[in-house]
Design a protein around this ligand. Sequence first.
Ligand code: GDP
Ligand code: MN
Length: 394
Amino acid sequence: MDIHEYQAKDLLTRFGVQVPRGGIAYSPEQAVYRASELSGDKWVVKAQIHSGARGKAGGVRICSSEEEVSDAATWMLGRKLVTHQTGPQGKLVSRLYVEEATSIAHEIYLGFVMDRKLERVVVVASAQGGMEIEEISEQEPESIIRSVVDPAVGMQAFQAREIAFSLGLEPPLIAQAVKTIMGCYRLMAEMDANMVEVNPMVVTQAGEIVALDAKVSFDDNALFRRPEIAELRDKSQEDTRETYAEDRGLSYIGLDGEIGCIVNGAGLAMATLDMIKMSGGEPANFLDVGGGASPERVLKSFKAVLNDPNVEAILVNIFAGINRCDWIAEGVVLAMKELELTLPVVVRLSGTNVEEGRKVLDDSGLPVITADTLAEAADSVVGAWKDAKFKEAS
Ligand code: GDP
Ligand code: MN
């Protein structure tokens, strides 16, 4: 789960990391009021969306008057900001963070990620901050410092000091940099985060180390024991299709294609996506209905798949062990009747009660297309989808 920059900064301060002073605003008037509360004559208005690279998209504006603050806020609020991380649909800006501006002497990249191969937290740092890490690794690969944390002892001060020295920081800044690095690590380890990125961590002209931007994401599977973190969730920033499915207890991931998928088992669901692609189609989603799925659960799955407006055909692929093909078939019939489906539906059933399942489909009199193997099912659904499209066009 991702959180907003202002939330991440609030957490970081609890671990001793220094951040600029700021306040949240939901309207231009509030933004101006926030600026007036802060000392100084320069402010930064920052769009709060779950994405980096906001600066290049106009989502970070340095302002030197209340009027500029108001204008920046007016421009950002209600806008769908498109960055290279959001996809073309962008993300809606409904909150702003107004900060006192910082005079920057130097921008540094600091990131903490889980390295799955090493099964360790790895610190990635570079003296070439401000750019995205992808750009740094392309343009300045030799500037990247990597340091692996031993989980038995956690991040040690000497290790943080080593990183700070490798970044070329002057001796008076080392202690502050160590405090920042240690603080980020503790947030990661103690709050079940799986990513902490401070980009940039800056050296200010006054000679201080400040976290100017912060991105933190958390392990969804640990949220049950972090209610305080779970509360920071902003569903408006998430894929609406996934939130809809998750609220109904379904394991669903949204994709970009047209073929909706309802499958049992995560492995078979993945294989189904591959087969659809091999047959020349594009899957619209991953969906695992789970074991022992009732007809009502199948109906729910159809609703979740159809909640995606791009879906133009549906493939139901069930290899029933714990599941029962007759229940699945009843669910398909229920969904097709209740939702008055007109798009092509291909069903492949195999395993427990398969004969009973086929009979339910046959007796329904509905135009269900059936298939025996996964390959046949994938071919049929892509074929049926193309036919339907052709008919529509002609
Ligand atoms: P991002 O584009 O979403 O990563 O947003 P950031 O918060 O990292 O801001 C983008 C860039 O704006 C930073 O790399 C800085 O160069 C610049 N910036 C942000 N805040 C300030 C500030 O207070 N003062 C100055 N001078 N530049 C800033
Ligand atoms: Mn940034």
